[in-house]
Design a protein around this ligand. Structure first.
Ligand SMILES: NC(=O)c1ccc[n+]([C@@H]2O[C@H](COP(=O)([O-])OP(=O)(O)OC[C@H]3O[C@@H](n4cnc5c(N)ncnc54)[C@H](OP(=O)(O)O)[C@@H]3O)[C@@H](O)[C@H]2O)c1
Length: 452
C-alpha cells in the first residue's frame, strides 16, 4: 500500500491537544502568534478544526484542538454544520495557489451553520440565523468567525447540506455561463471535469436555457453514474480521448462556449474548437496537480503549453478569451457585493426546482484525508461534504504490539519511503518524457488508473 493510501485509510484520526512542543496549536486560526496567556486567566474554550501544518501531502492535514475564535468588528460567529470540499482545497494543501497564507492555518472556503454571535456593526443578520459562508480559509472547523459580507442567510427550505452543495459551485457556474459567456438559446458548450461539483452545476444551469447542447468530458469511470443520475449532458466524452474529433463529428463547426478548468494543452484545444463569435473561459488549472505534492514541473509545463494569443488574432478570428477566479474576485478585488447578488440568484433557482445538486459523499472531519484522496483519485461524482457532527469511520486495527510493532512500523516506514522514492522516480521519468513530446507518461498514468 502506498504512503498516501495509508494516510487516507489506515491511520487512526488523531485529535491533538496543545503541548509545549506542538507550537502550531498555540497560534490562532489566522497563523499569527497569540499573546502569552496570563496564568490566572481561564483557558480558552477549544474546538476541532482541520489544520494544514505545512504545504504538501495528506499527512500535513491534521485534526487539532484550536482556541475558539473571537469576533472582530463586522464579523459573525458561525457554529458549523456542513463544509464543502472543493478542488481548490487540494491545490491549497499542496501550496499550488498564489499567495497562500503561512502554515499552520485552518483549511476550507465553504461552510454552513447557525449564527451564534454578531460582531459590532453587523447588519441584516441575527443570532440564530441559518447561513452559508465563503470565508477566506478557516471554514473547516466547528466554529468560524467570518466577515458578514461573505455570509448569506439561508431561505427556510435550503438545508445546511444543500447550501454547501450549491453555493460555491453554482455561483461559479452562474457567473461563467450568464455573466461571462452570455449563454443564450441554441448555443453549444464544452465542459471539462463534468462529473465534479462545478461541472455538474454548469450543465444543469446551461439546461435552464432552451436548446443548449452540452459536451461534457470526464473520466470514463463516471459515465454510468452520470447517466443513472440523469445528468443533462448531451454528449459524454472520455478524458484522455480525442474529444475534439468527437465533438467535430457532431458539430463540424465546433462549439460556441468552452469552459476550461484544466489549463495546459487543453487551452489550445479549447481555443481551436471555438466557432466564430465563440468564447473560451479559463477558470481553473487542475492539470498542475499530478502527484500528492506540488510539482514545479507540472506548473511550468502547464504555463509553457499555453499558446500566447494576440488581441489581433482574436480580432481577425472573432473569438473571445476570458478568465474567472472567484477567490481573487471576493478577497482581493472587492467583489463581495456582486457575489452576494449572484448567490441570491442561485438560491432562487434551487427553490424553483431548476437545479438539483449532485452529492457524492459526506465525511467526518477526521476522515478529511480520505475525502481529499477520493477527489485526487478522480472518483467523486458530484460534491464532497464534511460534516463535523459525523463519527469518523472505524479504522482497521493495527495488529502488531510493543517491540514487534516498533519493528514493523520502522519496516513499514522503510517500505513506504522506498515506495515513495520509486513513485518520485517514475514521476520524474514521466515528466521528462512529456517534455520531450513523448506521451508515454500519459499512458502510464492512464494504465495505473484503469488497473485501480
Ligand atoms: N475559478 C474559480 O473561481 C473556481 C471556483 C471553484 C472551482 N474552480 C475550478 O473548477 C474545477 C472543478 O472544481 P470542483 O471543486 O468542482 O472539483 P471537482 O470537479 O469535483 O474535482 C474533482 C475532479 O476534477 C477532475 N480532475 C481534473 N484534473 C485533475 C487532477 N489533476 N487531479 C485530480 N482530479 C482532476 C477529476 O474528474 P475527471 O477525471 O472526471 O476529469 C476529479 O474527479 C477545478 O479546476 C477548480 O479549481 C474554479
Amino acid at each position: 500500500m502506498s504512503e498516501q493510501e495509508a494516510a487516507a485509510t489506515n491511520e487512526e484520526p488523531k485529535i491533538e491537544t496543545p503541548t509545549e512542543n506542538n507550537k502550531e496549536v498555540k497560534e490562532n486560526g489566522t497563523g499569527e502568534s497569540a499573546e502569552p496567556v496570563a496564568e490566572e486567566k481561564e483557558a480558552p474554550k477549544e474546538m476541532r478544526a482541520v489544520v494544514l501544518n505545512g504545504f504538501g501531502g495528506l499527512k500535513s492535514v491534521k485534526i487539532l484542538k484550536k482556541p475558539e475564535p473571537t469576533l472582530n468588528e463586522g464579523e459573525v460567529l458561525i457554529r458549523v454544520k456542513a463544509c464543502g470540499l472543493n478542488f481548490q482545497d487540494l491545490m491549497v494543501r499542496q501550496g499550488a495557489i498564489d499567495s497562500p497564507p503561512k502554515c499552520p492555518f485552518i483549511l476550507g472556503f465553504e461552510c454552513a451553520g447557525e449564527i451564534e454571535q454578531l460582531g459590532e456593526g453587523v447588519e441584516g443578520l441575527a443570532v440564530g440565523d441559518q447561513v452559508v459562508a465563503l470565508p477566506e480559509y478557516r471554514a473547516w472547523s466547528e466554529l468560524v468567525a467570518v466577515p458578514a459580507k461573505y455570509v448569506y442567510k439561508l431561505p427556510k427550505d435550503i438545508s445546511h447540506l444543500d447550501a454547501v452543495t450549491i453555493t460555491m459551485n453554482y455561483t461559479v457556474a452562474y457567473i461563467l455561463l450568464f455573466e461571462l459567456a452570455g449563454i443564450s438559446q441554441g448555443k453549444s458548450l464544452l465542459v471539462h471535469s463534468v462529473g465534479g461539483g462545478v461541472g455538474q452545476a454548469i450543465v444543469q444551469l446551461a439546461k435552464t436555457v432552451p436548446n443548449v447542447t452540452t459536451f461534457g468530458v470526464c473520466s470514463k469511470s463516471k459515465h454510468e453514474a452520470l447517466k443513472t443520475a440523469n445528468s443533462p449532458i448531451d454528449h459524454l466524452l472520455e478524458r484522455g480521448s480525442d474529444y475534439v474529433s468527437e465533438i467535430r463529428k457532431v458539430s463540424p463547426d465546433g462549439v460556441d462556449i468552452v469552459l476550461d478548468c484544466l489549463c495546459g494543452e487543453e487551452c489550445n484545444k479549447g481555443y481551436a474548437i471555438l466557432k466564430p463569435m465563440g468564447k473560451y473561459i479559463l477558470y481553473g488549472s487542475s492539470n498542475v496537480v499530478t502527484g500528492e505534492t506540488k510539482s514545479f514541473f507540472s506548473a511550468a509545463r502547464s504555463w509553457w503549453q499555453v499558446d500566447k494569443v494576440s488581441p489581433l488574432k482574436l480580432f481577425d478570428e472573432n473569438r473571445t478569451l476570458s478568465g474567472f477566479n472567484l477567490r481573487r474576485l471576493m478577497y482581493a478585488q472587492n467583489g463581495a457585493d456582486y457575489v452576494q447578488k449572484t448567490v441570491q440568484e442561485v438560491f432562487k433557482l434551487f427553490q424553483d426546482g431548476k437545479i438539483k445538486p449532485l452529492l457524492d459523499s459526506t465525511w467526518a472531519l477526521e476522515d478529511v484525508a480520505e475525502a481529499m484522496q477520493k477527489m485526487h483519485d478522480r472518483k467523486n461524482v458530484g460534491k464532497i461534504i464534511l460534516d463535523p457532527s459525523l463519527e469518523p469511520k472505524p479504522k482497521p486495527a493495527t495488529p502488531a504490539k510493543g517491540k514487534d510493532k516498533k519493528k514493523q512500523s520502522s519496516e513499514e516506514k522503510k517500505d513506504s519511503s522506498e515506495e515513495k522514492k520509486e513513485e518520485e522516480k517514475k514521476e520524474e521519468k514521466k515528466e521528462e518524457a512529456m517534455t520531450n513530446g513523448d506521451s508515454a507518461g500519459e499512458s502510464e498514468s492512464k494504465g495505473k488508473e484503469n488497473s485501480s
